[in-house]
Design a protein around this ligand. Structure first.
Ligand SMILES: [Zn+2]
Length: 70
């Protein structure tokens, strides 16, 4: 079965590419960090996307639904 897509940060990403999803918002203390307070979605090939808490919840929900259907 083909992997459905989920929208993360304005990009349609196949769910199969998602490795993990952050439970807590990013904090590193770097004043130049542009990801502060955002939730990391880790993808294959050392890529990451960043999204809001709501976006993160949608990704987790999509993953759970997908796994249940397999
Ligand atoms: Zn940071």
């Amino acid at each position: 079965m083909a992997s459905p897509l989920v929208v993360i940060d304005d990009k349609h990403v196949p769910l199969a590419r998602v490795i993990w999803v952050a439970d807590l918002p990013h904090f590193c203390g770097n004043p130049e960090c542009e990801c502060e307070g955002e939730y990391e979605v880790r993808l294959e090939a050392d890529e990451s996307l960043w999204t809001s808490q709501r976006g993160r919840d949608q990704v987790v929900q999509a993953l759970e639904t997908w796994y249940e259907q397999r």
